[in-house]
Design a protein around this ligand. Structure first.
Ligand code: GTP
Ligand code: MG
Length: 250
């Protein structure tokens, strides 16, 4: 992840107008195309900038106050590393691509890392409308970042698509000695707004993969759901995975 002062990503085009794109068709899969979600065109193979084929592509945005760990979460997910040391605040917006295999379908996530600082808010607003999913972060050691979640949700409501997938993440869960927001408080707020929730740690890797996988599953199901297939239940999936893995999946 480039942390330098640039509005540039490593993954290719950075036009906010680029719509969810298509990829190589998954063999034998029924496809329903929707203009606002990842669309599959069976005859058109696509290849990501990293050289990987994919079937469907979605845009995911990381949002939340400055310092909550958005960049670190993305770096952990993409590179499996933690950016320790001094904090370099993101300037503008940046993105990285990752192709995941979800139920035998190659799902490309184009993940936009936004700047949490107030002065970049207008830049972020321009990107909301094309996002298929938003990961909204607060820092469990910073009460203010949690209190600001309501304002972030209002902003999301104002600028994002109506059917955008939103997930609330309480990051820095490794810092139990300086915790300022209880897990139950996060759960309560998420319930109030009807969004799925989990705690994560970019430092330890706790639930990082799970957060992105859950979002990718939800988006994939919305696009490729068979008529008789039940609706994917994101929070239930997350709860089940956390139980199975003793709540501490990395
Ligand atoms: N202990 C701990 N520290 C973290 C974690 N995630 C991020 N940090 C630290 O928090 C600081 C901010 O992290 P960033 O990822 O740069 O924050 P950001 O949300 O991208 O901030 P902006 O780019 O300004 O919006 C850095 O010093 C990180 O090392 C985490 O899970 N645990
Ligand atoms: Mg950042």
């Amino acid at each position: 992840m480039s942390r330098k002062k640039a509005v540039k990503g490593k993954g290719g085009s950075r036009s906010p107008k680029a719509s969810p794109s298509s990829g190589r068709a998954a063999k034998g899969l029924a496809v329903t195309a929707s203009p606002s979600s990842g669309v599959v065109y069976p005859s058109r193979p696509s290849i990501s900038n990293s050289g990987e084929f994919y079937d469907i592509s979605f845009k995911v945005m990381l949002v939340g106050d400055s310092g909550v760990g958005k960049t670190c979460l993305l770096v952990r997910f993409k590179d499996g590393a933690f950016l320790a040391g001094s904090f370099i605040s993101t300037v503008g917006i940046d993105f990285r691509n990752k192709v995941m295999t979800i139920d035998a379908v190659k799902v490309k996530l184009q993940i936009w890392d936004t700047a949490g600082q107030e002065r970049f808010r207008s830049v972020t607003h321009a990107y909301y409308r094309d996002a298929n999913a938003l990961l909204l972060l607060y820092d469990v050691t910073n009460k203010r970042s949690f209190d600001n979640i309501r304002a972030w949700l209002t902003e999301i409501h104002e600028y994002a698509q109506q059917d955008v997938v939103v997930m609330l993440l309480g990051n820095k869960a490794d810092s139990s000695h300086v915790r300022a927001v209880k897990r139950e408080e996060g759960e309560r707020l998420a319930k109030e707004f009807g969004v799925p929730f989990m705690e994560t740690s970019a430092k330890s890797g706790l639930n990082v993969e799970l957060a992105f996988t859950a979002v990718a599953k939800e988006l994939k199901h919305r696009t490729m759901k068979e008529p008789d297939e039940p609706k994917f239940q994101l929070q239930q999936y997350v709860d089940r995975e956390m139980r199975t893995l003793g709540c501490c999946r990395s």
